[in-house]
Ligand binder design. Structure first.
Ligand SMILES: Cc1cc2nc3c(=O)[nH]c(=O)nc-3n(C[C@H](O)[C@H](O)[C@H](O)COP(=O)(O)OP(=O)(O)OC[C@H]3O[C@@H](n4cnc5c(N)ncnc54)[C@H](O)[C@@H]3O)c2cc1C
Length: 185
């Protein structure tokens, strides 16, 4: 059994740039928001509170690294070969891998599972640079808090981004009801 992954880390979108990092940021920004606006009236007073986004991002990366390395360990333990690289079909029962280390490798198998996930669809004429125009992947790795942020798409991921941004005092764009409704995300 072998698993080819082009990202350079196991765990797919969920562990690397999806569920886990977004929940880490949501959790920690929620804590920040609570200390700023909620704990005083509960009898917990703290001194100056500042947002250290760099540290918040580092905490997120620690969680992600721990989990992706955990999957790698489980692969080894269960004798699943992990091949870091990009796969393409070169025959009905054959895939060629351009390995991250620069080598090429061909694998043959009776059964091949395609589990390549999905990617954000860019808008025509708008270049995603993951700095100013970002997907959720760029949004969870910003190095500073933007003054204003517009989220296009009110699906669950868009609402998560608004929720995180709102907690960190970005000025997100989603209507109040949606924010309240999805406040538990
Ligand atoms: C911000 C965000 C938050 C989310 N939160 C949640 C949540 O709370 N709960 C939840 O259930 N879901 C959540 N999701 C959705 C969840 O992450 C996805 O539904 C899930 O990861 C999809 O799994 P998958 O295996 O289909 O694809 P993926 O996880 O995307 O895995 C596909 C993998 O294939 C690799 N790949 C693609 N092409 C090739 C190739 N040619 N060769 C080698 N490798 C290749 C990719 O690099 C990728 O790692 C979230 C997603 C995002 C973006």
């Amino acid at each position: 059994m072998a698993c080819i992954e082009k990202r350079g880390a196991l765990g797919g979108t969920c562990l690397n740039v999806g569920c886990i990092p977004s929940k880490s940021l949501l959790n920690n920004s929620h804590m920040y928001h609570q200390i700023l606006h909620d704990t005083k009236k509960r009898g917990i007073e703290v001194g100056d509170v500042t947002l250290n986004l760099k540290q918040m991002m580092a905490a997120k990366s620690t969680s992600v690294d721990g989990l992706t390395k955990g999957v790698e360990f489980l692969f080894k333990k269960n004798k699943v070969e992990y091949i870091p690289g990009t796969a393409a079909f070169s025959g009905e029962n054959e895939v060629k891998v351009n390995r991250i280390d620069g080598d090429q490798q061909t694998l043959r198998a009776k059964n091949i599972i395609i589990a390549t996930g999905s990617e954000a669809t860019p808008f025509p004429g708008l270049t995603i640079d993951e700095k100013k125009v970002v997907t959720s992947t760029g949004a969870i790795a910003l190095d500073k808090v933007p003054k204003r942020m517009v989220v296009i798409g009110g699906g669950i991921i868009g609402l998560e981004m608004v929720r995180f941004a709102e907690k960190d005092k970005y000025r997100g764009s989603a209507d109040r009801d949606s924010r309240d409704l999805f406040g538990h995300v």
